[in-house]
Write a protein that binds this ligand. Sequence first.
Ligand SMILES: *Cc1c(COP(=O)(O)O)cnc(C)c1O
Length: 497
Amino acid sequence: MLYTSTRNNKIRVSSAQAIAQGISEEGGLFVPCEIPQFSIDDIGKLTTMPYTERAKTILRTFLTDFSEEELDYCVEGAYKKSKFSSEKIAPTVNVNKNENILELWHGPTCAFKDMALQLLPYLMTVSAKKTAKGKEIVILVATSGDTGKAALEGFKNVENTRILVFYPVDGVSPMQKLQMTTQEGDNVAVCAINGNFDDAQSAVKAIFTDSEIKAELAKKNMMFSSANSINWGRLVPQIVYYFSAYADMVEQGRIKLGEEINVVVPTGNFGNILAGYYAKKMGVPIKKLVCASNSNNILTDFLTTGDYDKNRDFYTTTSPSMDILISSNLERLLYHLSGEDDKLVSDLMHSLSDGGKYTVSDTLLNNIKKDFAAGCCSEEEVFETIKEQFESYSYLIDTHTSVAVRVYCDYVKATGDDIPTVIDSTASPYKFSKSVLSAILGKTPDADEFEMVDELNKATNCEVPAPLKSLKDKAVRFNNVCDRENMSEMVFSLLKL
Ligand SMILES: *Cc1c(COP(=O)(O)O)cnc(C)c1O
């Protein structure tokens, strides 16, 4: 299996190269040259396998330059039962009739990013051994919350790696901040940036491309890499759980092997739903992928009209991980659905960076609509839906999952398409206790973060995840704050160079 770039499809690299390098030289994203195919019988065989074996079965077809031993080492290390609060790793739970929830938040940081970021450090260190001759990898992350913590947990104490995380000083929830500033591990550091997420993100990007800094690092036998979702190594682990959810549905007798399902995904950067698209193309019987957005509904507009336009108001919502106006992974979808037209993708992406918008042809839009549907909902509807789901089915969801559930209900009402459906649940409700508790109580509680966790627990009887419970007693290790302009010095100081 070889990989090419969405902006130059003459390029050919191995999976190890794609993962170690992160992004292609000319700015394109790495994509597989072919899509591996699974028959219905192949998929049927997954039903009796544990999650780790399901993962190896899928990953083997993409990472053909990894040996069986390497694959074992990576997968068994990433999805150790001791790190997840569910034996099944990613369980599929029936909530009501054809509504099934795929719980992706049983990992160490209680958000779905663990599913990829527990595996990525293993994939990356094995890849670096193959392609970068023992260089120490320095992971730089700008985060609006969930990615930073999940990357820290994934990379902590991983040999031959260091990780530095930058977050906007006032841009993350109190729980998210505490999760990061108490991070354990010998190779980790965390720093707040005066500014918003975009400031943190562009400062990190500037450091990545600064040739002086890169040269300084090379002298110490180090290199930068990225853990964000444009890396193929973050996308490929996510394909696994769509196969796994389908196998669960068969195993539970909710569908017959071969029967179609719909999938609904609360979407931000388009990584999670794109993994679902790959699963569909590989043979999982998925009828529609429903893209759910909050008030930042740029994807709803694009998927219905073909116009992508980021010149619009930006809303800070209670589902912050979906507050995004540039969904990077859409680039990969455009590449596959335009008949691998690298020139077109390159043009579209340039018009996005120049003028903030692009429009696709009717043909391309119609291709997209064959596989995708889209919808969005308001903040009020997010709160209503949390309350409704809890009162009707005693099932507690977080704000991001609520967006997906609401869009699912609207989709069924509008289309009558009520076949068995899997809805991705991307965070534990306790990660967003304030909003969830407000939704349940119908008023905003006046309490600190941990009091709200307790109160939510009392009001709902749902279990508090151990990693969040234990935060209260952890010491804060990182108090650094810096200005954007001083970030490169901060990088050197944190690396003790
Ligand atoms: C990152 C995140 C999302 C969005 O996922 P994308 O792959 O960026 O579309 C949704 N919900 C939660 C809780 C997240 O952390």
